[in-house]
Design a binder for this molecule. Structure first.
Ligand code: SF4
Length: 466
């Protein structure tokens, strides 16, 4: 086996793990091919199953990879094979499912080294449990220590991206009623701060100017549970402490946080954000619904009022921060009045961007058994209303910066160069003279609002705008 390709779907944590798999395979001596249709010997599809759509896209990727490369060995990793939702039946030959995530290193090593006899692989899959036979013939299942299994390597670069995601936490035991993640990533753990800092330094040395700190439940960094009632004083300062140290890394220009819940935004976290300008004034706060009654049925750990209080607090401490949010539309029993409250909260918060998801029941979650489903037609209408609102609020948010200077990290230099500014919106640059390269961090003047949540900008040359 000489070459491999990897396709990763889903969230930032999955993207990070996809890079770890890429790095492991390179360490095992395989060459990484960017295109999976260039006939690699091995293809890894690192899947996602958070929604039906994500599962469908993952299955589609598997089928496409098989069709284009019938002779390649295909390994399906990530969340979908772990979920055992039955969505991976009828796959063809030459496909291996990694059903026990911590076994992936041993599993891939065996495949690469040509020991992929099914019995051997099965042995690795069962590594999570050892069956012990007692003298009287009883069988006892003993859970093996995960620490015994070899781990995926820390990253030395985030290939193909200017911004490097850095995973610091994994797992969730929150059991929000719509979410399947606790069934797939149940064990809540965090990385040692020394390891995180070391990896960040190496990523910076590799040329990454922005690091996005990532986790399944970022605010639970350093805790053994995501449920605040299980924490010593209901507050967690460990994430803020880590950021305080990350921000001291020389040549790291930008730090961004992935998703937080309102209660994760502590006074200490805001102190750290105010102290370090390299931590971007952008917080992604999961709202999900603006109705406290719906939030209760979702088993979220905050009310709509608490959400808005946090937004006010953030706005009082940071200069016009970008607050972005996820919203689920059409959760069971969501009434017109509930939806109206979501609109009100979005308006009061003045979201810079909203990710709008239509609720779809996920087998194995509490919400899948709830009655009073909202009709598809209503879900569609409400989604449309929210998307229009998103466009309106986003436009208003960006408009206040027109005429001001921003810093942009160039992500695309082909055609019209573009990149994200501090507050996360995309800036497309005009009159650049073709001089910009990917990963340049440049000062621009924001000149006008544009389509697709973006702004048009012009580059400074000395003190002048080009
Ligand atoms: S906090 Fe809730 S929504 Fe987030 S991963 Fe855990 S269960 Fe899912």
């Amino acid at each position: 086996m000489k070459t491999f390709a990897i396709i990763t779907l889903g969230c930032k944590v999955n993207q990070y793990e996809g890079q770890q798999i890429r790095q492991l395979l390179e360490q095992l001596g395989l060459e990484h091919l960017q295109q999976h249709h260039s006939k690699p010997d091995l293809i890894v599809i690192n899947t996602c199953c958070v929604t039906h759509t994500a599962s469908a896209k993952s299955r589609q990727s598997i089928r496409k990879a098989q069709k284009l490369n019938p002779d390649s060995v295909t390994v399906v990793s990530g969340c979908l094979p772990v979920s055992r939702t039955g969505e991976l039946s009828n796959l063809g030959q030459n496909i291996h499912l990694v059903r026990h995530r911590p076994a992936i290193v041993a599993y891939l090593s065996k495949i690469v080294n040509g020991n992929a006899a099914n019995s051997g692989l099965q042995g690795i899959q069962d590594h999570q449990n050892t069956i012990i036979k007692t003298k009287n013939g009883l069988k006892i299942k003993r859970k093996n220590r995960l620490a015994d299994l070899p781990k995926l390597p820390p990253l030395t670069s985030f290939k193909g991206q200017t911004r490097a995601f850095l995973k610091i936490q994994d797992g969730c035991d929150g059991y929000c009623s719509y979410c399947i993640i606790p069934k797939i990533r149940s064990c809540v753990w965090s990385r040692e701060s020394a390891d995180v800092l070391q990896e960040a330094r190496i990523l910076v040395q590799a040329g990454h100017k922005e690091i996005v700190v990532t986790g399944i439940f970022l605010g639970a960094y350093g805790q053994r549970s995501v449920r605040r009632k299980n924490w010593a004083n209901q507050q967690n300062d460990k994430l803020a402490d880590l950021l305080d140290r990350l921000a001291e890394i020389p040549n790291l220009a930008r730090i961004r946080l992935s998703s937080l819940e309102p209660a994760d935004v502590t006074g200490h976290l805001l102190d750290v954000l105010c102290r370090h300008r390299k931590i971007m004034p952008h917080l992604h706060l999961s709202l999900q619904s603006g109705s406290t009654a719906v939030l209760k049925r979702m088993c979220r750990q905050y009310s709509a009022e608490e959400f808005l209080k946090t937004v006010e607090l953030v706005k009082s401490r940071l200069d016009r921060p970008a607050i972005t949010a996820d919203v689920i539309v059409g959760f069971p029993c969501e009434t017109d009045a509930d939806f109206e409250q979501t609109i009100n909260v979005a308006r009061q918060a003045g979201f810079a961007k909203m990710h709008v998801f239509s609720f779809s029941p996920r087998k194995g979650t509490a919400a899948a058994c709830m009655e009073s489903a909202v009709s598809k037609k209503v879900v569609k209408e409400r989604s449309l209303v929210l998307r229009r609102l998103e466009a309106e609020l986003g436009h208003k948010f960006r408009q206040q910066f027109i005429g001001e200077t921003a810093t942009v990290l160039i992500e695309n230099s082909n055609g019209q160069p573009s990149g994200r500014c501090e507050r996360y919106f995309m800036v497309y640059l005009e009159k650049t003279g073709g001089k910009l390269k990917r990963n340049d961090l440049i000062k621009v003047k924001l000149v006008r609002n544009a389509e697709n949540n973006s702004v048009i900008g012009q580059v400074y040359s000395g003190d002048k705008v080009l």
